[in-house]
Ligand binder design. Structure first.
Ligand SMILES: [Zn+2]
Length: 465
């Protein structure tokens, strides 16, 4: 759902015509199309930038394909729009500080500024990618577009091994799609080697088809790979299906190594192989969310020294740190009176809330008291929880997406949660509508409660002023 939010903002007045705007999004999710060639072209130009990282691969290969568009707008374009739409705030965390959370951890992007929510250090969003030295722009670089921003904010960097494997699978899937749809067969040296690997993937159980490919690959790759070539025709012949899968994986790795070595020979000529090579190289370094560090050599005593030392920073998905963007909303200057927390997290629907409590304590920010006995029903949550604010603490309304009011029972809740897991990239129009209906039901069923809390918050504000 978050992946779709930014696309609503394509329309400068979307908030005034929500049903039509939602229909538009559903239509695009159903009928939009991003081809592998589009992805390859995008990556080919992204790779020329000095901040190219796996985030670009993720944005083009996973995000763009799942939302079915390449959104090349810029966030700063929304700065002049006025208050018709809710003000958008995107969040990320600085990868170097997510293990030891502090003021340098939480990063926010708005149409006006981008920077560290808790440190109070910002630059105009349009200048975020530019190279800074001592607080001045040394070299201006174009603003990151919405697609890259979506990549940064939705990179889901959980288990590196899992994501790495996911990306490798994705690369091979691209190659298969590309080679099977090629109108004119490419005969560049890379395609000549990669094509038999792809063909082999499609026929590992068939001796007649696979054995000739094994011979071809041994001839092409056998002496070009460090160590012993993993499989000759005899080994292949005697291997069962399970073993052949393992051997195939080794052949893929060998082909990947071979391709990376091609860099020294000028690299492959065709788009897709070239992109594959670049991604494989980045995978080796596991570099994500690279952006020029605007605090570089700032010489400001309020900024930690190591943050001023680095030329680059690395911004990644804030979700693993806290899957709800409390920190930017709790910025003192924003003087927020009420937080409506629509919780879409996978798993424990109260985790974000308990993390927000801990965060507020650590950062000494006003936050309402959250009575833990009220948030125990992890598997059968209600749809409306309110934690009233006192003093300068805002009121927090917490609404788990799937709950005992919009689902039949506990079992139904866990079925829905599994159906809409974080790692699913594509949904049918029916599934999207179903999900939106669940979210809409929560608001509909609690309209009176929400309005009453808003009124209370307004009264509280009036008393304070
Ligand atoms: Zn080629």
């Amino acid at each position: 759902m978050c992946r779709c939010m930014s696309s609503l903002y394509r329309d400068p007045d979307w908030a005034e015509k929500v049903p039509a705007a939602v229909e538009k999004v559903i239509d695009r999710l159903t009928n939009g199309c991003v081809t592998w060639e589009d992805v390859a072209c995008r990556l080919r130009s992204a790779e020329e930038e000095e901040d190219f990282s796996l985030t670009d691969v993720w944005a083009a290969g996973v995000v763009a394909r799942s939302v079915r568009e390449m959104d090349t707008r810029h966030l700063s374009e929304e700065a002049t729009r006025g208050p018709k739409n809710p003000y958008p705030i995107y969040s990320a965390v600085n990868k170097d500080y997510d293990k030891h959370p502090g003021k340098g951890t939480w990063f926010e992007f708005t149409p006006h500024e981008a920077g560290y929510s808790d440190l109070g250090a910002f630059v105009p969003t349009a200048l975020l990618r530019s190279r800074f030295w001592g607080g001045h722009v040394e070299k201006e670089v174009g603003e990151m577009d919405m697609l890259r921003l979506q990549g940064v904010c939705g990179s889901l960097l959980g288990d590196p091994e899992l994501i790495g494997e996911e990306l490798r699978k994705m690369i091979w899937y691209w190659i298969e799609q590309h080679l099977s749809s090629e109108v004119v067969q490419c005969n560049c040296s890379a395609c000549e080697v990669i094509r038999p690997v792809v063909d082999l993937k499609g026929c590992i159980w068939d001796d007649e088809l696979s054995l000739p490919l094994i011979r071809v690959l041994e001839e092409k790759l056998g002496d070009k790979v460090d160590g012993v070539w993993p499989v000759g025709p005899e080994t292949w012949k005697n291997a069962g299906l399970k073993d052949r899968e393992v051997l195939l994986d080794r052949i893929c790795s060998a082909a990947e190594t071979w391709l990376v070595d091609q860099q020294d020979n000028g690299g492959p000529k065709c788009n897709i192989m070239w992109v594959m090579l670049k991604i494989l190289k980045k995978l080796g370094h596991w570099e994500w969310g690279t952006v020029s560090n605007f605090l570089h050599k700032l010489q400001n005593s309020e900024i930690p020294v190591d943050m001023q030392d680095k030329e680059k920073m690395h911004l990644i998905d804030a979700g693993l740190f806290m899957n709800s963007p409390y920190p930017p909303v709790l910025r003192q200057e924003r003087e927020v009176d009420l937080i409506l927390s629509l919780d879409f997290s996978e798993g424990n629907p109260f985790e974000t809330l308990t993390k927000a409590v801990k965060y507020s304590e650590a950062m000494k920010k006003p936050f309402p008291v959250v009575d833990e006995s009220k948030i125990k029903d992890v598997y059968s949550p209600s749809d409306f929880y309110v934690f009233e604010g006192t003093g300068s603490a805002p009121t927090v309304i917490h609404m788990p997406l799937f709950n005992i009011h919009n689902c039949k029972d506990k079992k139904d809740i866990s079925r829905e949660r599994a159906e809409y897991s974080t790692f699913r990239w594509e949904y049918t129009a029916g599934e999207t509508k179903h999900l939106l209906e669940k979210a809409a039901a929560n608001i509909r069923n609690n309209k009176a409660n929400i309005l009453s809390e808003i009124e209370k918050a307004v009264r509280r504000r009036q008393q304070r002023n």
